[in-house]
Design a protein. Sequence first.
Length: 386
Amino acid sequence: MITSFTHYLKTTIEFGNGKRHEIKNLIRDRGAGKVLVVCGPTVYKLGMIDDILEAVGEVGVAAVVFTEVEPDPRVATVDKCGELCKNEACDLVIAVGGGSAMDVAKGAAMLAANEGSIHDYLAGRGEDIKEPVNPSVPLIAVPTTSGSGSEVSECIVIVDTNKIKDIMFSPMLAPAYAVIDPEMTYSVSKTTTIHTGLDVLSHALEAYSSVLNDAVAELMALEALRLVFKSLPKCVNESDEEARNEMAYASLLAGIAQSKCGCVIPHAASCPLTVYHNIAHGLGCGMLQTATVDYNRDVCSEKYRKVLDYIGETVPEHIQAADVLIRKIKGLFAAIGLEEKLDLGRLTEEELKGLASDAMMDDGVNVNPREVTEETLVRIYKQSLK
Ligand SMILES: [Fe+2]
């Protein structure tokens, strides 16, 4: 029986090669007076916002550019970008980049219409948390990587002043438009393609495993998983434009799935790896998948069987689905040139406990289908690290 659910999406999706050229119509339709374009320094230097600035110019609208987005952005960056948006009275924000650029822009668009610092709105504040009262400045998200899914999500991830990766959830954060033009991802480096591709795998598998039900989102997760196993190796090893197109679509589907069903252990446990050991978000999440499948094997056996069935793997009744799925994930790692375990050097028991204690603050541990304790996470780190 299908469990009851509510599925809605506030974001209008524009998907397809060349879609970036239609952004000028969106700017005109919204009657924007001044646009804030948000990106990181690399995207700016590579000229990836040139088409956007040209579109803004063509419709006779002024533009302000913020290029200070860093990977795993901090509170101060979002606050600064929000202040710029407010001071310049921008009435449309366009984010161009990966998850970091989109998260900064989403936070800034909210702050431009509301009081305070982004820190006041982060979930880690507990009961003291502030809620936005005014709708954000409308935002167009233009991803340049296939990974974060931030273009369709109602959340942002920001590193707070205590070096904790914290999250803000609010329907106010949903972009008005997601313009996904796979051509924007064609020149992404091999390393970034691997890391962001693993983020797609993680969003899809974790959303599908979570205790939150949304049958539409779960179907999206299954299709995203099929496409990751099929197309990620081709994106990494060949300049295959069709595979890039499919990964852009998989990223969108997995982004919606994780936005509706959440993520579980790997996303929670990867956050401290990023903050304290500089491990790229997607890589950290990807490397924690097999140990998590192993830990959830009994509570998720039916789901894992469905995943394998959907992607065309037959599992004999007497074989545990988790074992086949673990083999399949390890096969993907081999196909994209990754080792099965992450090398952080030797970590002491105390250091592992410290990572686990940080990870326990992430909501992902609460929606995992099997109860998670600090000991669980230490065990998962040990299984995933060299
Ligand atoms: Fe992620």
